[in-house]
Design a protein around this ligand. Structure first.
Ligand SMILES: NC(=O)c1ccc[n+]([C@@H]2O[C@H](COP(=O)([O-])OP(=O)(O)OC[C@H]3O[C@@H](n4cnc5c(N)ncnc54)[C@H](O)[C@@H]3O)[C@@H](O)[C@H]2O)c1
Length: 261
C-alpha cells in the first residue's frame, strides 16, 4: 500500500518542474491526484501519462493568479471526489535578477499575485473542507531564498518568507481541527524555471549554483517531491508548522556567493 493510498491530492503548477514531480510521486503512492496549471496541453498530457501508468489522475485548468480559478479548482476536485486531503500550493514564477529599485510595480504585483496571494486563496478555499473532514494536509512551496540573501531577488524572497510565516500561523490556528500546514524550501532545483533564469542571467550561473550547494550539485524535482509526499502522509501526523529545507545544505553554509549582477 502506498503512503498516500486513497487520499485526494490537489497540486498547483503541476504540468512541469517540481509540481509535476510531486503529482507523479503522490500518484505512485496511491493518491488520486488533481493536476492543475495554466499550460493545458502539458497538464493534460501529464495526467494522461499517469493514467496510462495505472494511476488515478485528472487535470483541471487553474491560473493561481485568479481567485475564481482557485475557487473552481478546489470546488471541482471536491465535487468529483467528495473531499480534499492534500493541497500543494506549488505554482510560482521567478521575477528577479535585478536590483529592487529596478523592479516595476507591475512586476511586484504580478509576483505577489502568483507566488503569495495564490497561497492565501488555496488555503482559503481548501480549509473549510478539511475542517469539515476533521483532517487535511497543506504543503506550501517556499524557497531557500526565504532564508538567505542573494543579489537580485528581494521580491521573490519576500513572498517566500511570507509563505513560511503564513504556514506557521495556519498550523497554529487549524491544528486543533486536524489540519496540518507545512512548507518546503528547496535549494536550486533542475527545472524549467531555472532554465529561464539561466537564459536571463547567463550560463556561469550553473557553475555558481553547484558551488553554492555544499552537497556539490543542484537538486532534482523528485527529491522535493519526496518531502511533499512525507508531509502529506500520515507518517508526518505529528508534524505541523515546519519548513522542511531540501536544499543540499545551501542555507546552513554560505560556501560560495557569486557576483551575479
Ligand atoms: N526550481 C527551483 O530551484 C526552486 C527553488 C526554490 C523554490 N522553488 C519553488 O518551487 C515551485 C515550483 O518551481 P519550479 O522550478 O518547478 O517552476 P517551473 O517554472 O519549472 O514550473 C512551474 C509550473 O507552474 C506553472 N505556472 C506558472 N504560472 C502559473 C499560474 N499563474 N497558475 C498556475 N500554474 C502556473 C507553469 O506552467 C509550470 O508548469 C515554485 O513555488 C518555486 O518558487 C523552486
Amino acid at each position: 500500500m502506498g503512503r498516500l493510498a486513497g487520499k485526494i491530492a490537489v497540486i498547483t503548477g503541476a504540468a512541469d518542474g517540481i509540481g509535476h514531480a510531486i503529482a507523479a510521486g503522490m500518484a505512485c503512492e496511491g493518491a488520486h491526484v488533481f493536476l492543475s496549471d495554466i499550460d493545458d496541453a502539458k497538464g493534460e498530457a501529464a495526467a494522461a501519462a499517469l493514467r496510462a501508468a495505472g494511476h488515478t489522475a485528472r487535470y483541471i485548468h487553474c491560473d493561481v493568479a485568479e481567485d475564481a480559478g482557485i475557487a473552481h479548482l478546489i470546488a471541482e476536485s471536491v465535487r468529483q471526489t467528495g473531499r480534499i486531503d492534500v493541497l500543494v500550493n506549488n505554482a510560482a514564477i521567478a521575477i528577479g535578477g535585478m536590483p529592487v529599485y529596478e523592479m516595476t510595480d507591475e512586476q511586484w504585483h504580478r509576483l505577489i499575485a502568483v507566488n503569495l496571494t495564490s497561497v492565501f486563496r488555496g488555503c482559503k478555499y481548501a480549509l473549510p473542507h478539511m475542517i469539515r473532514q476533521g483532517r487535511g494536509s497543506i504543503v506550501n512551496m517556499a524557497s531557500a531564498q526565504g532564508h538567505i540573501g542573494l543579489d537580485g531577488w528581494t521580491a521573490y524572497a519576500g513572498a517566500k518568507g511570507a509563505v513560511m510565516a503564513m504556514t506557521r500561523q495556519m498550523a497554529v490556528e487549524f491544528g486543533p481541527q486536524g489540519v496540518r500546514v507545512n512548507s518546503i524550501s528547496p535549494g536550486t532545483i533542475n527545472t524549467p524555471m531555472n532554465e529561464k533564469v539561466v537564459a536571463q542571467l547567463g550560463g556561469k550561473l550553473r557553475e555558481a549554483w553547484v558551488k553554492m550547494h555544499p552537497i556539490g550539485r543542484i537538486g532534482e524535482p523528485g527529491e522535493v517531491a519526496e518531502a511533499a509526499i512525507y508531509l502529506a502522509s500520515d507518517g508526518a501526523g505529528f508534524t505541523t508548522g515546519i519548513d522542511l529545507r531540501v536544499d543540499g545544505g545551501l542555507c546552513v553554509t554560505p560556501r560560495y556567493v557569486p557576483d551575479l549582477l
